[in-house]
Design a protein around this ligand. Structure first.
Ligand code: SAH
Length: 371
């Protein structure tokens, strides 16, 4: 059965319009149904009391609206709110709402789990469980509109669980649902797709005419260090990703999680500045979130400030991001780990440790072969 929430507004109008016509309903009803999907959402058709009761019953029987069930809601002392959603098949994903001044940024998931296994990321330890459907992605915003005190986000970032560009068809539809004024109506420049640099997906995103923003999770300025932190580097090497960014029609942001002795040395700074200039990118420096079993150490705050100042002195726009929601484990995938949903912490820690040793080994090798 088609899920009406998987249809972009233009398609929903056509498909529901045909269904209504077949039932002998007047034409204007289509214009009553479509806004109830996203614009003024209802949890079930029964709640759309402006419609005749018989029609509502038929809609709930033939076009049941998909829903995410709120499993856990945690609010941090700093106002960050983390939601763990249960999907219809029992899988779980999370979103994080980050209030900052007048902005309310919602960080959403595109996959349950993630296949990429980046060394510092908790989600990666789960592996990929499954792709989300378009309605489950945009549904993370929809559910916020259905809470007793609706909290529409001003910005949406694909920085929750999963790699959005490995789930492109659903993410592409979700982008339309987020942006279309007949759906959620979030401005394209307020929607950011964050990726490790999946080349076919980048090509697809580049074709979209809307001004969606792109963030590249760079995290290392050389292929060698990047390979130690992010296994995807073997498949889509930095050089090729950089070429794709130069061809990208809009300005990009580099995400750079700062890890002590791994990517925060002077030579890293120099290489990072060079890449940022080449891509015309601005740089977000992020403190490494502890937890999730990672044995990697965060860079000291003083070093992060110096790193930022040095980047700016080299003409690169750089911003220091604060850690938010630390007390509620609000980094990528951590809530689910903390609840013991998948594997025990010990096992996760052991595996991440493996990554770290591999990273150090590769780095030592790199130094040895340079000298
Ligand atoms: N797969 C996509 C989107 C999900 S991750 C991507 O990699 O961009 C979103 C961001 O959270 C990425 O920049 C990722 O590197 C970052 N992240 C993951 N684990 C983190 C941690 N332990 N501390 C800080 N940032 C982390």
């Amino acid at each position: 059965m088609t899920q009406a929430l998987d249809l972009v507004p233009a398609d929903a109008e056509r498909v529901l319009g045909e269904w209504l016509a077949a039932r002998g309903e007047p034409r204007y009803r289509t214009g009553q149904l479509v806004p109830r999907l996203w614009q003024r959402p209802v949890r079930r058709w029964a709640d759309a009391t402006e419609l005749p009761k018989a029609l509502r019953e038929a809609l709930d029987a033939e076009w049941p609206l998909g829903a995410l069930t709120l499993d856990v809601r945690q609010e941090s002392a700093d106002g960050t709110v983390k939601y763990l959603w249960r999907l219809p098949d029992g899988q779980a994903v999370e979103s994080v709402l980050i209030p900052e001044g007048t902005r309310r940024t919602l960080c959403i998931s595109s996959q349950a789990g993630c296949p990429l296994r980046c060394a510092f990321c908790a989600t990666g330890t789960m592996g990929l469980l499954r792709n989300l459907e378009a309605w489950e992605i945009a549904g993370q915003v929809r559910e916020l509109l259905l809470t007793p005190e609706p909290t529409p986000p001003t910005n949406v970032v694909f920085m929750g669980m999963g790699e959005p560009l490995l789930n492109w068809p659903a993410v592409s539809t979700a982008l339309t649902l987020l942006n279309d004024p007949a759906a959620l109506g979030v401005g394209a420049r307020h929607i950011t797709v964050s990726t490790v640099g999946i080349l076919p997906g980048l090509a697809e995103l580049a074709k979209r005419r809307e001004q969606f923003r792109l963030a590249l999770s760079l995290h290392a300025p050389t292929s060698l260090t990047r390979r130690a932190l992010m296994p995807i580097e073997k498949k889509y090497p930095l050089r090729d990703v950089m070429a794709a960014l130069r061809a990208f029609p809009r300005r990009v942001t580099f995400e750079y999680v700062m890890i002590a002795e791994m990517n925060d040395r002077d030579e890293d700074l120099e290489a990072l500045a060079k890449l940022a200039k080449e891509a015309g990118a601005m740089v977000n420096l992020l403190p490494l979130h502890p937890g999730g079993g990672s044995a990697l150490q965060p860079t000291a705050a003083s070093r992060m400030r110096a790193f930022r100042a040095d980047l700016q002195a080299r003409g690169v726009e750089a911003v220091l991001r604060r850690s938010r929601g630390l007390d509620i484990d609000a980094a990528c995938g951590q809530l689910r780990i903390a609840r013991g949903d998948r594997r025990p912490r010990g096992e996760v820690a052991a595996e991440t440790h493996g990554h770290v040793h591999e990273a150090r080994r590769v780095r030592q090798h790199a130094r040895a072969s340079h000298s």
